[in-house]
Write a protein that binds this ligand. Structure first.
Ligand code: SF4
Length: 420
């Protein structure tokens, strides 16, 4: 979850916001949300998505058996199902016009029945010398969501960072978010609706196709990691998110063949769903946005805490680790003079400590974007350093997240800001 949900992004110049294809009303609505965040207003927590604007059924919404049945029902040979999957998931050809091994009449029939237009790119924005690309999507009912592709370790491009070459895509799971975190523009916009499995998968297919086509500096490549850290609370849209995880991890031709270990599902602490995910036995990485180690503060920063408190959230994350062996990420947005005191670092270590040491957990500290005049702004550098030092002194594995894509308000830098 997370994301600013920023259609256009707070740091995009005014002239460019209009140019990216947003309507004047959309720009105005987004700015109103930012103002609400600055003023510290808060919405109510909403767990239930409004039933509106259900997207049309798409090939990626179906499992392999349903795809075969659907093709037979359409009066076409069964083998067409695998052919279609190969085009969409393996060759990443989302345009039916390019499926020349299927007769044109059948192609049109299949395209109409199973490949409706789910979303259109309003316009991609890029930074970090083209290695970070944020795409703002308009869904069939006008809702806006975003995805961010980040390529790391590209030889010759310093802005892409160091280390081994890899690509991560950060995707959205809901239009808006019902979790009402007061420092997040998405949260202050409320929940519009859940995305379908196919709408989630389509964000990854698009990113994978761009990489494959060599559109991102560094030559043709593949997606290594998918993080559900764009707009929305993934575990509040459990069924569609799990459906997407299954399609993303299914081997070709039925899915994208991405390793479950390369997928991170984040949550602000929907404990009942963390337990459900634990029972699935899929070794994805779980990221829990904690943001505060004490209930008093967390009630304010993450209203879901009034339902499941810090101890319950950490305990469910611990159970996830015990069941899957996957180290859990604890996300903690450092907010100036709100949650960045050394005493809270100490308390965070107390809360996370489990028998057997620190092998079960890793803390990611997320620097907020500096927002002058807002109650929610970046910690002072000395406070950030002191917080890190105290965690390290306690032996807690900790990283300060890089703020990739910040200049375009990239979901995963600002998303960071937003929620993680
Ligand atoms: S920060 Fe909170 S409100 Fe914002 S997207 Fe994440 S869970 Fe939702």
């Amino acid at each position: 979850m997370s994301g600013t949900g920023a259609p256009g992004g707070a740091d995009v110049p005014e002239s460019e916001k209009v140019e990216v294809g947003l309507t004047a009303e959309e720009v105005e609505a987004y700015e109103a949300l930012q103002e609400k965040v600055r003023q510290g207003r808060t919405l109510q927590l909403t767990m239930q998505a409004p039933r509106r604007g259900k997207p049309p059924r798409h090939w990626a919404d179906l499992d392999p058996e349903q795809r075969r049945e659907a093709v037979l029902e359409a009066g076409l040979p069964r083998f067409r199902a695998d052919q279609l999957s190969r085009h969409y998931f393996e060759r990443l050809e989302a345009e039916p016009g390019s499926w020349t091994d299927i007769p044109a009449v059948e192609r049109d029939q299949l395209a109409t029945a199973f490949f409706p237009d789910l979303m259109t790119s309003v316009r991609p924005l890029s930074c970090d010398a083209g290695t970070t690309v944020k795409t703002l999507w308009r869904l069939h009912d006008g809702a806006l969501v975003e995805s961010v592709l980040m390529r790391y370790g590209v030889a010759g491009i310093r802005a892409s960072g160091s280390g081994r070459s890899r690509t991560t895509i950060c995707i959205s799971s809901q239009a808006g978010c019902g979790m009402a975190c007061p420092f997040c523009a998405t949260g202050q916009g409320g929940l519009q609706r859940n995305l379908s499995t196919a709408e989630i998968v389509a964000q990854v297919v698009d990113g994978a196709a761009r990489l494959k086509a060599g559109e991102i500096p560094g030559g043709p490549g593949r997606i290594n990691n998918v993080v559900f850290m764009g707009m929305g609370e993934p575990l509040a849209n459990y069924k569609a998110v799990l459906g997407a995880v299954r399609v993303l991890t299914a081997p070709a031709p039925h899915g994208l063949g991405i390793s479950a270990r390369g997928i991170t599902v984040s949550t602000v602490g929907v404990v009942s769903r963390i337990d459900q995910l634990t029972a699935e036995g899929i070794p994805v990485t779980l990221a829990v946005s904690l943001h505060a180690p004490d209930d008093d503060l967390r009630d304010e920063l993450c209203p879901i805490n009034t339902r499941w408190q810090v101890d319950q959230v950490v305990e469910s994350a611990w159970r996830y680790f015990l069941a899957t062996g996957r180290r859990v990420s604890i996300e903690y947005a450092l907010i100036r003079e709100i949650n960045d005191q050394v005493a809270r670092a100490e308390l965070l270590a107390d809360v996370l400590r489990r028998d057997g040491g620190w092998g079960w957990v890793h803390v990611n500290l997320i620097p907020l974007n500096p927002t002058p005049g807002s109650k929610w702004t970046a910690s002072k550098p000395e406070d950030e350093r002191a917080f890190v030092r105290r965690l390290q002194a306690r032996g807690v594995p900790v990283t300060v997240r890089d703020t990739r894509g910040r200049e375009i308000d990239g979901a995963c830098g600002q998303l960071a800001a937003a929620e993680r």
